[in-house]
Design a binder for this molecule. Structure first.
Ligand code: GLU
Length: 468
């Protein structure tokens, strides 16, 4: 792509900070971020906080925290709509002056009467244009004491259409769109108007957002054109459904994005999972952030609703954990151990422990649960003790303790000590190894027992075996 013939791509994420951000919401940040990164473009963050009642700083913080965790860094912003009120009012004044918008003094009671009349006549309720200026039309006289709203002068006749990158061509007849209120009686601008002014001012070239906004788009295109701008490219992403097939939402049990961090998922795994939830690159299921940024485009977006699948997320989590450098995992696991109340220095041993156990885990929390036996006490269950630490094995355990006290403390020497003990007592490896695992690790299944033991301090192993 030559930079002279193509304008820079500019995308945005425009969340409303109203309390909660789940995986479905943050996907609307990931795609514009990935598209900006894939095209060398600019990703803008805009906080749509004009619903003062429902917006909160806490919700803003959660959005920023979730984006930071997933590495969705904005190049510009966050911009806050509440800080742009003067700009909206300036544009409103300009539109009134140019006749692109007009004051409407119809009261709520009159609107209600109009609506009832239209409903009775089986018509779609819409504003009837009473206050819309037309050449040669005499407007009603302005009533005293009524604060007017400002309405956008929407085109009459014809249609408005766009080629959606997800849904293909979408067309609305202009007759379906009445003159939208763009400022309330107290002068505050309305939602669709602010979005348009911002998208224009921020020079957004690609609007990638949830398809719950499809019905706003024809109105936004009209206002944009009235202000002298060409509409951006639109990609309306299908809804994300939860495992029950309902729209993902807090009410339907969705978890906040940060909970996946707390559950120990790697950020890159969640990015990978979300990227595949509505976009594809051939058959590739597992990819890195770098590959995503190399491959992402708007030509392979899924057309149907995507369904969240926790088992699949776990699988993606496990694949990423497996592929992540042990040295990168160590500090993350140290943090999770700390949350379990266990102090684990991020040293060479922890790095090796991560390498030994990571193949069995989907999250750093699970990895920490495995490693807890190295940093805290273990409590074998009575069932495991009864099943594995039997009278038949106990004499062999005593011999093993003797050998363990004398050898060099490494996996090869530990294995030799096992073999000699098995030969001496006529036992099979699983019998002795299970007993050792239950006593030292608190569980009967682990990776290769010599490797597992070699990473303990010898004294810990001896003390736990002697407790039999
Ligand atoms: N603030 C809107 C929302 O959270 C998004 C608006 C947009 O992307 O145009 O649903």
């Amino acid at each position: 792509m030559s930079s002279t013939s193509h304008a820079t791509v500019r995308t945005r994420f425009a969340p409303s900070p109203t309390g909660f951000i789940h995986l479905g919401n943050i996907r609307s940040a990931l795609y514009p971020w990935a598209y900006a990164r894939a095209t060398g473009g600019v990703f803008v963050l805009r906080i749509e906080d004009t619903d003062v009642e429902r917006s909160s700083q806490e919700a803003v913080d959660v959005i920023l925290e979730s984006m930071r965790w997933l590495g969705l860094d904005a190049d510009e912003g966050p911009f806050f709509q509440m800080q742009r009120m003067d700009r909206y009012k300036e544009v409103l004044a300009g539109m009134l002056e140019q006749g692109l918008a007009y004051r409407c003094y119809m009261s709520q009671a009159e609107l209600d009467v109009l609506r009832e009349r239209q409903m009775a006549a089986k018509q779609k309720p819409r504003y009837d244009g009473t206050w819309r200026p037309e050449p040669g039309k005499t407007l009603p006289s302005v009533p005293a004491g009524v604060q007017p709203v400002i309405r956008f002068r929407s085109p009459i006749g014809g249609s408005v259409a766009w080629d959606d990158k997800v849904k293909g061509r979408i067309e609305f007849s202009n007759d379906e769109l009445d003159d939208l209120v763009i400022a309330r009686p107290d002068g505050t601008p309305t939602y669709n108007f602010c979005v348009v002014v911002d998208d224009a001012d921020m020079k957004i070239t690609h609007v990638i957002r949830g398809d719950d906004h499809v019905n706003n788009t024809p109105r936004q295109i009209h206002i944009l054109r009235a202000l002298g701008h060409e509409p951006p490219v639109y990609a309306h992403l299908p809804t994300v459904l939860n495992e029950q097939g309902e729209k993902m939402s807090k009410r339907h049990g969705a978890k906040p994005v940060t909970q996946y961090r707390d559950e120990g998922y790697l950020a890159d795994a969640v990015v990978n999972y979300l990227a595949r939830l509505g976009w594809s690159h051939g058959d590739d299921e597992i990819f890195s952030r770098e590959q995503l940024v190399e491959w992402f485009n708007l030509d392979h977006l899924g057309k149907s609703a995507a369904q969240f699948d926790e088992a699949k997320l776990r699988w993606v989590g496990a694949q990423h954990l497996k592929r992540t450098d042990d040295a990168v995992l160590a500090p993350l696991v140290a943090l999770q151990l700390h949350r379990l109340g266990l102090a684990a220095p991020t040293d060479e041993r922890l790095v090796r422990l991560c390498g030994l156990f990571k193949d069995r885990c989907a999250t750093t929390v699970e990895l920490a649960q495995w490693l807890a036996m190295y940093f805290g006490e273990v409590a074998p269950s009575t069932e495991d003790l009864a099943a594995h630490v039997t009278d038949a094995v106990k004499p062999a355990l005593t011999s093993l303790v003797g050998r363990f006290s004398e050898i060099a403390w490494d996996a090869a020497s530990i294995q030799r000590a096992f073999k000699a003990t098995l030969a001496e007592h006529g036992l099979k490896m699983p019998q002795l190894a299970h007993a050792v695992r239950v006593l030292v690790c608190g569980r009967a299944q682990t990776p290769s027992v010599d490797a597992v033991l070699a990473l303990f301090a010898r004294d810990t192993v001896l003390a736990r075996l002697r407790a039999a």
